[in-house]
Design a protein around this ligand. Sequence first.
Ligand code: ADP
Length: 579
Amino acid sequence: MAEVGNELQRHAAEEHQAQTDGFHLVIDALKLNGIENIYGLPGIPVTDLARLAQANGMRVISFRHEQNAGNAAAIAGFLTQKPGVCLTVSAPGFLNGLTALAHATTNCFPMILISGSSEREIVDLQQGDYEEMDQLAIARPHAKAAFRVLHAEDIGVGIARAIRAAVSGRPGGVYLDLPAKLLGQSMEAEKGRKSLIKVVDPAPRQLPAPDSVDRAVALLKNAKRPLILLGKGAAYARAEADIRTLVEKTGIPYLPMSMAKGLLPDTHPQSASAARSYVLAEADVVLLVGARLNWLLSHGKGKTWGKPKQFIQIDIAATEMDSNVAIAAPVVGDIGSCVSAILDKVGNDFAKPGAEWLNAVADRRDTNLAKMAETLAKSRDVSPMNFHGALNVLKDVVKANPGISFVNEGANTLDYARAVIDMYEPRKRLDVGTWGVMGVGMGYAVAAAVETNKPVLALCGDSAFGFSGMEVETICRYNLPVCIVIFNNNGVYKGIDVNPTGGKDPAVTTFVPGARYDKMMEAFGGVGRNVTTPAELEAAVNEALRSGKPTLVNAVIDPAAGTESGRLTNLNPQSSAKK
Ligand code: ADP
């Protein structure tokens, strides 16, 4: 008995003396909160943090550039409702990650950018440290919140605050500054364990006020030409089941924004996607569900919106209301709670919209769908291959594989693909988002593969791919089931511009003609394919999806195909004037 007692005492004493440090506390705090993956780029002072995270069972995906790691973390947040974590070194690494942090904040994706930083004392006195920078001050305007932790015992609080700030209310990007000194600080293991916080209910439901729901339903009931507009906030909120019930119960036509495609299958009979201009101009009451009236919706005014209308807006951010035009019926709360409250009030006796409206929408839609089918059929045998010839094939690939993630970036490659490729499941279309930014492609592709464990098809314009192309090495290194298709027309928009001076430099919008991007993938052990016809494209992509091997398909598109700035000529005044 006495021996056992001594043994216990010795054990207790050992435990008492056991130490932990900043590195382990950061990892333990993340794991305690269910964060399993880190996207980042190791280096001073976070190399050991990345190593130890891996050693302690986290999945650490090391990228070639922090911006791509940040974009991966941002979309991981969108896909999982947990903050995606990006880890970078100080100053330049931090700045490289900052674009992605701002992107996450703008798109309302939860993300935490964790950057190592140099000695506070030296930074604050501007004495010139290795990679010296006041990172916290720089991050603040680009993030929803920004924190710095100076003492190991505060790591638990710092991470809890970062998680809560990222996912509660309107989600966004959070910056967490971890000075090098902090990571090396040690403290008693037991004290450290007790200092960690498991965040309870990080994104609490926010119920809408009952009178706001009554106001919204009254407006909807009196509408003659109602429209439901779904945004990526609804996709993030995972509210697809109730949204489908609402759409079907009310019989109202709906329009998905691009990343809301697939919330209901694009082939749903009430989808008004193919009658977009018509319904936006003609509707008299529009219910916005997790979509902002920003530039993507012409700010809710002007010719696009035609006839006068009233808006009902569901959003978790009260300050979003009236941001561009008056909102007649704001419903502030989380989308799940708001839609279910509206459903309750709508009841079973909701009078569906009149036949005049529904027939007019259906006529437009069917006419436009027939036109599109004709364009696609005509382009099947066009040589050299054009955008529609290639997209016709990918449309069928996605239809046959509705569970894959479809990443899409570019100008023409984005615009045409959005219109042609139907989505069937929620959160499968991942694209350039609120900024219309290029360069998200490979970061998104990596994170989609890691988070969903399913294949990814990434369709990029040759210009867009250039921003993150080096990550093909990352895709090969982690052996991810990613098939990249590059629509290669030798340039930005198209590849036939000439230098107006007749000088030796190429035109500013052109690339090396006939470039073989597929060789990049081969350089790292992946599969490269060069295709010039829709049939070859189809075979290459299907083989990639079957094999699950990292694949890059260089799809040669007619260099003369493509229009300036996609459809955004209004944002490119000089080129519009030129035309
Ligand atoms: P889109 O680009 O598809 O139109 P936006 O990014 O403009 O979509 O709008 C998304 C909106 O959704 C944002 O205003 C955001 O506040 C809101 N949102 C995000 N998550 C939720 C949620 N869980 N509940 C309610 N609103 C949300």
